[in-house]
Design a protein around this ligand. Sequence first.
Ligand code: ADE
Length: 202
Amino acid sequence: MENGKVEVNIVNLREYGIGKSRQIDDYAFGGGAGMVMMMEPLVNCIEELKKRGEYDEIIYMTPDGKLFDQKTANKFSLQNRLMIICGHYKGIDERVREKYITLELSIGDYVLSGGEIPAAVVTDAIIRLIPGAMNDETSALTDSFQDGLLSPPVYTRPADFEGLKVPEVLLSGNFQKIDEWRLEKAIERTKQRRPDLWKKTL
Ligand code: ADE
């Protein structure tokens, strides 16, 4: 943000709340435990933001959304403006989802108390891909998942720590051999830890 590479604008939905208490949630029609986020504050907020500029996507963070992955992060890092809506309580009124949301995303098969942390997860995954946002520009390209493989093990100095040695090949200076070794280890690790990912990569 300091370098002007990205802008993050956080909006408090309470500002669009109804009445003196700035109400944003209400009981669910049909009964049952838990509150539902009301249409009006959300619609007023979304409409006002849309007036200020066009959005590539209006995303809703929800455990029943599509699983967020590196491919989606890559795609988003090339877009101009994203709006991310964070739900709370039992979620947002279904009609908002039908009318405004272009994509629903989950960060995993577990339920968090709100969409803020999922939104921060998605935001971080996107921003670190923007050129100039990280110190080492090529680093993001060699991340786990970028080539459908987990990352190989990494080591730094000292080469020998109380008898725990760094694999010889990494000290050899032979970069072709090093690349081969890294690929071999990445494949080995992916097969072992994420057979599901390996099947897709094949
Ligand atoms: N909101 C609550 N839990 C969530 C999850 N797992 N992913 C996205 N949004 C959520």
